[in-house]
Design a protein around this ligand. Structure first.
Ligand code: G6P
Ligand code: MN
Length: 441
């Protein structure tokens, strides 16, 4: 029988970890493993999730060894899969990423605009270190990365480790959208075969085929224009997410070719979005007051009563399921289709080769085999090239410690688009990120 896996979750103390752990216990048939370790640099945070994990695995899969640690050596030795979801600076820094731009009348969002830039500059450092650490102890492990901002992280890792074919960057938003399409038109999303292109948090579904080859895109579009757009798990979502999904309707009305990723709203309607965001209470506050509280309190309660049997701790099944299904597809060479982030290398023929494209791919033991897209239209090409230049310059600013490149990056970002505004926000972000960024010269 095929070897079972040894896996580690980096960012063990994340609010998403319980959902991933639960998904892992559910999918033993396709993704069996002997040992799982949570790793985090924040011992106290991770311990709460760790205590929940101990109980969960004892009850669901007692043969699996579950541990948690803050020791890299212990975490990364002889692992087969690294699930990576770190957040450098935690939610307090996310709050700054969102609030500092808003205080200057710019979009404040964790992955888009100046907030995404600041977060990117923090993530690059720790992600490079992570890959180096893992490679010392587990040269062949698959590193499945969903650390944000995934677009910038993916580009930086491709620049620094161009020959490492076992780093796979992936985001759950495309699958969240596919599940949402399924709910709206009352079809099973598992039967969808999507085609998609773009940068991470900056892409479009061009078709959504069913198993018979019918394109469901027109039906999804018509439904949305008539009834609006909702996330699959609307009942569990905070208002800001419902507002975000609702904007899909506007985007489809303005640009009816394709179905857009929700994050495009910040680039297409920055002024409108700005008018709806509260500079004193952002998504980070909503998360800290909501999901974070719920998850940590529930883990503490479970530790106290000693059972997780009656618990509904998970907020978004799609997230955990996707991550485990991705690992399973590699492990079992299942060649299922996922939307992943890979070097373009001609997939979209009229975009640069080193652009990290988000695209549908068949995923097996030898990694993703992306489906070709061909040429894309001028509007999409223009948008993507601007955003790609911004992302590339962000990575170069980090690696070369260049103030000028940072300023160029922010000036190019559609949510800013003005060099004076870019300089002001850059200086403010430098100050807020002294503990994380290199000094820019
Ligand atoms: C989606 C995106 C992730 C992002 C998350 C934020 O899942 O794909 O990249 O981190 O939303 O969700 P939150 O609930 O923390 O705002
Ligand atoms: Mn994402």
């Amino acid at each position: 029988m095929k070897k079972k896996n040894n896996i580690v979750i980096v960012g063990g103390g994340s609010t998403w970890s319980p959902g991933i752990l639960k998904a892992l216990t559910r999918h033993q048939d396709i993704f069996p493993f002997d040992k799982i370790t949570l790793y985090d640099i924040n011992e106290k945070r991770q311990e709460v999730i760790g205590k929940f994990g101990e109980i969960l695995f004892r009850e669901e899969t007692p043969d699996i060894e579950f541990t948690y640690t803050t020791d890299k050596e212990e975490a990364f030795r002889d692992v087969d899969f690294v699930f990576c979801q770190m957040r450098t600076g935690g939610y307090p820094m996310r709050e700054k990423d969102e609030k500092i731009p808003l205080s200057m009348d710019l979009i404040g969002q964790e992955t888009c605009g100046p907030g995404g830039f600041a977060y990117g500059m923090r993530s690059i450092r720790d992600m490079i270190e992570l890959v180096e650490d893992v490679r010392k102890l587990s040269p062949k492990a698959w590193i499945l990365n969903y650390t944000n901002p995934a677009a910038i992280v993916a580009h930086a890792l491709n620049m620094v480790f161009p020959d490492d074919k076992r780093i796979l960057n992936i985001c759950d938003q495309p699958v969240n959208l596919l599940r949402s399409f399924g709910r709206l038109i009352n079809r099973d999303f598992n039967e969808f075969e999507p085609t998609y292109f773009g940068l991470n948090h900056f892409g479009w579904f061009t078709h959504v085929y069913d198993k018979e080859g019918n394109d469901l895109l027109p039906e999804i579009k018509n439904y949305t224009i008539k009834n609006g757009f909702l996330p699959v798990d609307a009942e569990q979502r905070d208002q800001s997410w419902l507002d975000t999904y609702a904007m899909v309707e506007d985007m489809i009305k303005d640009f009816p070719d394709y179905l857009p990723n929700t994050y495009l709203q910040y680039y297409l309607y920055p002024e409108y979005k700005l008018s709806t965001l509260d500079p004193n209470y952002t998504r980070a506050n909503e998360v800290m007051d909501g999901r974070e509280k719920r998850v940590f309190e529930e883990c503490e309660r479970i530790a106290q009563v000693g059972t997780a049997k009656d618990s509904h701790i998970v907020h978004n099944d799609a997230h955990g399921d996707m991550i485990v299904e991705v690992a399973a597809s590699i492990y079992g060479n299942l060649r299922k289709t996922f939307i992943v982030i890979v070097p373009n290398n001609g997939i979209v023929s009229n975009l640069p080769n080193d652009l990290m494209i988000e695209v549908a791919a068949s995923l097996g033991a030898n990694g993703p085999q992306p489906y070709a897209v061909g040429e894309i239209g001028t509007f999409y090409k223009g948008l993507i090239e601007g955003q790609y230049a911004y992302e590339k310059l962000t990575c170069e600013a980090y690696l070369e410690k260049s103030y000028t490149k940072a300023l160029q990056a922010l000036t190019l970002n559609r949510t800013i688009g003005d060099a004076k505004k870019a300089r002001n926000i850059l200086d403010a972000l430098i100050e807020a990120n002294v503990d994380y960024w290199p000094e820019l010269k």
